[in-house]
Design a protein around this ligand. Sequence first.
Ligand SMILES: C[S@@+](CC[C@H](N)C(=O)[O-])C[C@H]1O[C@@H](n2cnc3c(N)ncnc32)[C@H](O)[C@@H]1O
Length: 370
Amino acid sequence: MFVTCQVGAEPAVKAEVAAQWPESRFAFSRPGFLTFKLPADLATTTTPTLRSVFARTVGWSLGPVKGDTPESRAAAVWHLVSEKAADHRFDRLHVWQRDTTAAGHRGFEPGITPAATAALQLLIELEPPKAEPSDWTATTRRGDRVLDCILIDDTTWWVGHHRSWTRPQGWPGGFWPGTAPAEIVSRAYLKMAEALDWSGMALETGQTAAEIGCAPGGASQALLDRGLRVVGIDPADVDTRVLAHPNFTHIRKRGVEVKRRQFRSVQWLMADMNVPPEITLTTLEGIVTFADLHVRGVIANLKLADWKLAADVPQYLTQIRGWGFDHVSARQLGHNRQEICVAAWKESARRQNIGNSPRRHGDTEEGNDQ
Ligand SMILES: C[S@@+](CC[C@H](N)C(=O)[O-])C[C@H]1O[C@@H](n2cnc3c(N)ncnc32)[C@H](O)[C@@H]1O
């Protein structure tokens, strides 16, 4: 099995794998890229069903290819596929580069790199001829069989495959493929837009969201762009472009200082405070468990000031499950830095079609939890 993740999250991924499959063995790794040997019976499923918060992608490994030029590596990919996966039919090709440094370090934003785009192009050009043309780069549909190629370093690419059952499994490299408008108030816009898409929560125009820790206002801007009314709670200054929006109200207070009745019209509760996770959770708990309120869903970023806090994530999720939501999910988003995003919602608050496209005929299998 291979896993890609943020640089720095590797020990957290290893702990998740060891907790679920104690008999697994850690194998080749580089920052942001890990492989594991799993018992043979697990490898018979079409996608590893790893329950992971920190894995950005998970798949079965076919192995590495080496070569001094991109052309030789691309040719070696097809050779490896013909040798090891001759009986597989692949619908899509995902190509990405492992993260080379920690998210945010010197402005590094994980994502599809020019080298990955060039490698994808080369792979398509060098694909051995076959009867049916492949639609390698079209949007990945639910149930698609995906051939994965990960750029490891200047001489090595890694080949693998997975089935796409969840939204992020359909995104090459697990990177959210959306874009933001040219003028965003802060990069929290991207975090919120990715969180909404990943969680599949059904926010609707005219509904009200509150965000605790809203300044300077990127996430609020993303919500306003979706037609929501936004109550932004933060003692700090909010950008004038957000303040000027007719659907935005600023409460210049800390979360715990806001009276519960001020959340009466709130359906969606968001939190993005730069405080320890326990404080974010206590603040949210006081609101969502208050009898008179009707919060349908929560999206919270929990800051892991120290990577050691990753070990406490299962405990945080247990606490949130106790708030009466039907679903609780967590993922280190592509746009999260040293933090994770948790989404919790009531059944009625989910978009009908959570897959990345209509279900394919005959699908019966579920994939991992990501
Ligand atoms: C990462 S920034 C939030 C970015 C913001 N979500 C955006 O979209 O631009 C963290 C914010 O949390 C705020 N904060 C910290 N403790 C808070 C509390 N107890 N209540 C409300 N806001 C808090 C800080 O003032 C800071 O503006």
